[in-house]
Ligand binder design. Structure first.
Ligand code: SF4
Length: 505
């Protein structure tokens, strides 16, 4: 590795405190975040897998990012091709293009079929490939579907036990492991996402804190899955109903961070659903810890929780009404009315919260006007300082709306212009829209199968091609590209839920 890159790695390593680099292990693994160090080290999932792998006696796991050191590991600057296994941690579909860049810069054959016994085994996990591994199926050797902590060691132990063996024999053996999807061996294998019993896992918190991470916080996992039934939500339909860690584990993890003088970030799809969340926050207040939560369901806020959040240093609350139209919200099954929402904003202000960040989606398959947006945002702004973020709706696999296509770029742009004009007229200037092109690319890669791989292999997709894939609607009896991933929810339930969204009574 060139000297300037080595010294850049050192600057990043010097910014860290926490888990010591492991020097020994019979199996070498590079855990790769296809993005910047700053984003990767702000991902609790990435950090947990790094620690989980290094806790295994026979595994030595280093990290790699797109930046710094694309093509080399962070800890020792070793070339990625020198590792036994490269494991990609993927949370967003556009990262697929980074996977290609990283493999190319490491001079590893891009396609699984072209790799030889000498090349590392390439694995991938994370929510987007657990939902739909199809688009990467020619590139990745082995997908891990679901929670890694449920039997994830089995993959590495199999590779370790077969070290020196023929690649095709190792892949065949891996294909027999539950949770492993090996497209080159069994492209039609049915896989149910692995679900970890998080109440039985020990510590689930940051192991490394770094001043160069985007969120310089001590992250603590509170829950996985979600018990609400929002019809658009991937977490709900792929990761199952809400599972909570015991309060003692959460408190122990959080207090450890507080003792180190860190701000605590309590993470989970719906943190306030934890049955003991009040007690957990009280404990943190007693410890004089600063803490915040990832986002809140508005109807789960109450004066006690808000008082604790303010004592923990929270000044801004993030809530997602999803839409300003109560009828559309009901179609999405995010069932709280405007009256409750505004009441909760008042409680926020009374408790001392200074501002609210509101997230909205637009471009639903069933329409859903934005006519009420100026009134909604105007009313909210009359209660508390408000900023609004908008993103185009992407119908995700495994959710009740999986059969629907995205709205066209043209329609999305029209809605964006209309909404922006309305907001400006009503003197709300603090709003932003996610780039529509990016949403369409995300839609294309999440809603298609192998046909997307020709673009991924090239390392880019034109927005026109992305639109063709993203807008595609699937018929009720059509085979879906993600059909080999099997969730506990029968197709009948999903299609009934879809009908309720598209044709409410
Ligand atoms: S409350 Fe949030 S996490 Fe839960 S199902 Fe609804 S959108 Fe998903």
């Amino acid at each position: 590795m060139p000297w300037d890159e080595l010294s850049e790695n050192k600057r990043f390593l010097d910014s860290e405190k926490g888990f010591p680099a492991k020097k020994y292990g019979d199996l070498s693994v590079a855990l790769i975040y296809p993005g910047s160090y700053s984003a990767g080290m702000s991902s609790l999932g990435f950090q947990l897998i790094h620690r989980y792998l290094n806790l295994h006696n026979n595994i030595r796991c280093e990290r790699a990012f797109s930046h710094p050191s694309g093509g080399c590991s962070l800890e020792t600057g070793s070339g990625l091709s020198e590792f036994d296994v490269l494991s990609f941690s993927l949370s967003f579909e556009p990262q697929y293009f980074e996977v290609v860049k990283i493999l190319e810069s490491a001079k590893i054959p891009l396609l699984s079929k072209d790799r030889t016994d000498k090349d590392p085994l390439i694995t991938a996990g994370g929510i987007c490939v657990s939902m739909n591994p199809g688009p990467l199926s020619e590139i990745i050797d082995v997908f891990w579907i679901g929670d890694f902590e449920n039997n994830g060691y089995a993959v590495y132990e199999e590779v370790l036990n077969s070290k020196g063996g023929k690649r095709r024999d190792i892949l065949s053996a891996l294909s027999g492991i539950e949770g492993c999807f090996v497209p080159s061996v069994d492209p039609d294998k049915k896989c149910a996402p692995r679900i970890a019993d998080i109440s039985a896992l020990g510590s689930l918190c940051s192991c490394i804190v770094s001043s160069k991470a985007q969120f310089n916080m001590w992250l603590v996992e509170v829950s996985r899955g979600c018990g609400w039934n929002c019809r658009f939500c991937l977490v709900r339909w792929l990761c199952g109903s809400g599972r909570f860690r015991p309060k003692e584990h959460i408190i122990q993890d959080a207090v450890e961070g507080a003792k180190k003088g860190r701000k605590i970030g309590l993470l989970g799809p719906s943190v306030l659903d934890h049955p003991d969340i009040g007690e957990i926050m009280e404990c943190l207040v007693k410890e004089r810890a600063c803490f915040s939560i990832s986002s809140a369901r508005a109807d789960r806020l109450n004066p006690r929780i808000l008082e604790l959040l303010v004592k923990g240093g929270v000044k801004q609350i993030t809530v997602a009404p999803e839409t300003s139209d109560p009828e559309t919200r009901a179609r999405l099954n995010k069932n709280f009315g405007d009256d409750i929402f505004f009441e909760k904003l008042k409680e926020c202000r009374q408790a001392g919260i200074e501002s609210a960040k509101l997230y909205f989606m637009f471009g639903f398959p069933f329409g859903g006007g934005i006519d009420l947006l100026p009134d909604f945002v105007g009313k909210a702004s009359g209660i508390i300082n408000v900023s609004a973020g908008f993103a185009a709706f992407v119908p995700k696999p495994h959710t009740p709306l999986q059969w629907c296509g995205m709205r066209s770029r043209r329609e999305l742009a029209r809605i964006r212009e209309e909404a922006s004009g309305m907001l400006r007229k009503s003197k709300c200037n603090n709003f932003s829209f996610e780039d529509i092109r990016l949403s369409v690319i995300q839609g294309a890669l999440s809603r298609s199968g192998k046909e997307a791989s020709k673009f991924i292999k090239k390392g880019r997709i034109s927005v026109q091609d992305a639109e063709t894939l993203a807008l595609r609607e699937y018929g009720p009896d059509e085979k879906l590209p993600w059909d080999n991933i099997v969730t506990p929810y029968a197709e009948k339930l999903l299609s009934d839920e879809k009908e309720k969204a598209l044709r409410p009574e």
